[in-house]
Design a protein around this ligand. Sequence first.
Ligand SMILES: Cc1ncc(COP(=O)(O)O)c(C=O)c1O
Length: 419
Amino acid sequence: MNALSHTSKPDAARLALDVERVRVDFPILHQQVHGCPLAFLDNAASAQRPRQVTEAISHYYHHDHANVHRGVHTLSHRATDAYEGAREKVRGFINAASTSEIVFTRGTTESINLVAATLGQSVRPGDEILITHLEHHSNIVPWKLLCERTGAVLRVAPIDADGAVRLDELQQMIGPRTRLVAVAHVSNALGTVNPVKRIVEWAHAADVPVLLDGAQATLHAAVDVRELDCEFYAFSGHKMCGPTGIGVLYGKQHWLEKLPPWQGGGEMILSVSFAETVYNKLPYKFEAGTPNIAGAIGLGAAIDYLSEIGLANIAAYESRLLGYMTDRLAAIDGLRLIGTAEVKAGVQSFVIDGIHPHDLGTVLDHKGVAIRTGHHCAMPVMEFFGVAGTARASLAFYNTQSEIDQLIDALQVAREILS
Ligand SMILES: Cc1ncc(COP(=O)(O)O)c(C=O)c1O
């Protein structure tokens, strides 16, 4: 049961999240910007970190830091235990079968590039990679580069006026030349939640693997990679209250085993001579060089934090908040909602007649409201809706109804000043 589900709605009455209690954990939220209380509604770009995450990182640096895996001394053992402990937390968080399937990367972008670079080695001219029109550039450009390198063809499933993928067309585009379907779990520009389990089933019926871009999913509801049955799942620490510079590529073990190594260096080998290299077992085969140890530990702490609140509670709370925000935005004269799909998570894009989104964002900032304006690294989406950019308010579980009221009041002021 979660907000990303197309089959069940959370039972809001049974779930509870004490937002004022939660906000105590986020020192950054308690400040004034231009003399107004900060209303941080830019969570899709990067979420904030609770004290528990920054404390876990400081603790590591103050007590346990050493390089991992190779040392015999106590600090190296402690650092290794903490790093591998974080991998186990990630495994549990997405319900992967084994820690061998959890590769630490710099983030979603690097995870997708890893798959594009390695899978790409067996892609032939005329093969097809299937994505959708609502992808973030991170799930477009690596595939375009792959196509340029290999002569493969990038195919793009269209979206409709609500910003939902046209599923009938997507299903028909999966064919004998499809080598991979790569789809966002949740769109960052539109908030659309794709019915990824169904997409995986269609792809599997044609024996095609699926990569899911989970950058916008993992903060908002429980993700179960075994239930989704996808081959690859990519996500970023900083979008789920963890540190920047750390992310994850989940891959089914037999897929990661058959992919060639990506970057070469220390850690990813068992033995090296000038004649022969024996690569390390999973997941280390894909973790060349000293990893982001503190980042992984911080991500582990973020997972502990989110798990303690409960992803079901988060999903139910955010779903109510999104409903409230969407209704209030829709009531503003001259405001057009962009992204009105039936199943959505945490994001609402919009434009206001005659006002440039950047001007809107600037006036809002002077009222303490942080939103993002521009193309949101999804230029094809902007082109589809005939706009250069949108204003986007994006939620996290620590946002409140009164912050949304602050957004609406600030928008009214902006309209008076700018129209
Ligand atoms: C849907 C989606 N995919 C991929 C990315 C890239 O994430 P990162 O910059 O953390 O690699 C983002 C970032 O906004 C995103 O929203």
